[in-house]
Design a protein around this ligand. Structure first.
Ligand code: FRU
Length: 495
């Protein structure tokens, strides 16, 4: 009997392994961006580092590959690159969905969620959602995030509003209190509340409306971000998501209100691409270095992207800082260095000067590429990826307009009419010493582009067929030089 059980075990273990192999090898499956094994995902939630592990919770439908039954999915990682997916952490219950929110380490057991007064709990602060009401609620874990209980005293904050969501909480040492930034979506406002025990909250102030008002405001994040090259100095940055893009405000927080440095000056975009939303940062990070993760999708067509049995991925983890350009503070985002562990052998590509299309010998849609582009006057050109069958995705520079652009007009757009119309994005960008330095990550269906030292970033999705895997330079006829080209095929983080 034992033998039979053992043989059955071997059979099942083998089968699971085989299934896993097929999972994560599907067409379009990102190999070094996190995606759930199965089913729908949207916003990152409750990003918290605890006892050596980065926890990533996420908006998740455990039952299907479209939005619905929102619950918090869960994965952990030691390095933010290799992820281990765990069972659903906080599940929809009695028709109440678990919308976006944050998680904190309650170091002083201010909630008394741990029966041992000296022990700390992990506490999630999320939005409890029904069709008519959104309130803020708590859940806690006393086993390092593995299992969660909803607080029986929920809700902890109820304004009797249909739209009031996405609480993001942090500890503010000067006032010895928790601060919550929470969105009033239709008012284009972020409300700040204070509490000493995460259960009773007092309104401090409202920020907004200002900046980008083109869509309802969601998923706020307020934090101190280090000033580049000035150790120990920080600015406060407030992030919001609206209408499929994100914006940030730089200023100061005095314990009660957030004051923007240059109100109304300009809309600052965190990402200029088509697919970057709801990004938030890690709480309790080991070195106080803010790291953000965003959802790589766009509500305009999120449910329709052609991937199965999962939908959506997270961005690469990004290290945040700020620097002053003239008299304006700008956000700097850089991919985590740990990613370099996934670089396979570097392939050399020699310098080129082109004035028309020139293909490269490299094939494959899972790579990292760094290069400098030196455009002549009037040049429009750059790099095409996912080239094949007449399809390609363009990353280009327009020297006349002084803009970097992405263009997916010539990619497979047929799966969705809305996706097909959202195909070109551009950001103002001047050359530095005559050059545009590009750092590009392509991961099967996700493109991330970092330039201008990380002050301009693009994230986009593209869905090439397997055979659409070429690489080429292009130009409108004017000369463009490509120098300092470094290309790495990337190893999968899953196998
Ligand atoms: C942002 C968002 C949040 C909400 C969640 C629901 O993408 O709309 O405001 O909490 O998604 O899934």
């Amino acid at each position: 009997m034992r033998k039979i059980i053992f043989i059955m075990f071997l059979f099942l273990a083998g089968k699971n392994k085989a299934q896993e192999q097929v999972l994560f090898k599907e067409t379009h499956r990102p190999q070094y961006h996190f995606s759930p094994a199965k089913n729908w995902m949207n916003d990152p939630n409750g990003l918290v580092y605890y006892n050596g592990l980065y926890h990533l919770f996420f908006q998740h439908n455990p039952f299907g590959n479209v939005w619905g039954h929102m619950s918090w999915g869960h994965a952990t990682s030691k390095d933010l690159i290799h992820w281990n997916e765990l069972p659903v952490a906080i599940a929809e219950e009695n028709g109440v969905m678990i919308f976006s929110g944050s998680a904190v380490v309650d170091k002083k057991n201010s909630t008394r969620f741990s029966s041992d007064s000296k022990k700390e709990s992990l506490v999630a602060i999320y939005t409890a959602h029904t069709n008519t009401l959104q309130t803020q609620a708590l859940a806690f874990s006393n086993d390092e995030g593995l299992t969660w209980k909803k607080y029986t005293g929920n809700p902890v904050l109820d304004l009797h509003k249909k739209d009031f969501r996405d609480p993001n909480v942090f500890w503010y040492e000067p006032n010895k209190s928790w601060i919550m930034a929470v969105s009033q979506p239709n008012e284009h406002q972020i409300s700040f509340y204070a509490s000493t025990n995460l259960k009773e909250w007092k309104l401090l102030s409202n920020f907004g409306p200002t900046g980008d008002l083109s869509g309802v405001w969601e998923c706020p994040d307020l934090l101190q971000v280090p000033i580049e090259n000035v150790p120990g100095k920080y600015k406060w940055v407030l992030f919001t998501s609206q209408n499929s893009t994100m914006q940030y405000f730089v200023g100061e927080f005095d314990g009660t209100k957030f004051i923007e440095d240059k109100p109304g000056a300009k809309i600052h975009k965190q990402d200029h691409g088509t697919d970057y939303y709801a990004a938030v940062t890690y709480h309790n990070s080991p070195d106080k270095q803010p790291v953000s993760i965003g959802w790589v999708n766009n509500w305009e067509y999120a449910n329709a992207i052609p991937t199965k049995p999962w939908k959506s991925a997270m961005s690469l983890p990004r290290k945040l800082s700020v620097k002053k350009e003239g008299d304006v503070w700008v956000l700097i985002q850089q991919p985590m260095k740990a990613l370099q562990k996934l670089r396979a052998i570097q392939e050399n590509i020699s310098n080129r000067t082109i004035s028309k299309t020139a293909s490269l010998k490299q094939k494959g849609n899972c790579f990292e590429l760094e290069l400098d582009m030196i455009p002549s006057k009037n040049a429009i050109g750059g790099l095409r990826i996912a080239v094949g069958n007449g399809h390609f995705f363009e990353i280009g520079y327009d020297a006349t307009l002084e803009q970097l652009f992405i263009d997916r007009t010539n990619t497979n757009c047929s799966f969705n009419a809305k996706y097909a119309t959202i195909n070109k994005k551009a950001a103002d960008l001047k050359t530095m010493n005559g050059k545009i330095a590009l750092h590009i990550f392509f991961d099967e269906s996700i493109v991330e582009i970092y330039t201008a030292d990380g002050s301009v970033v693009f994230t986009a999705q593209v869905f090439p067929e397997k055979s659409e895997n070429g690489l080429e330079f292009f130009s409108n006829g004017s000369e463009i030089k490509f120098e300092n080209i470094r290309y790495w095929k990337m190893k999968s983080a899953w196998f």
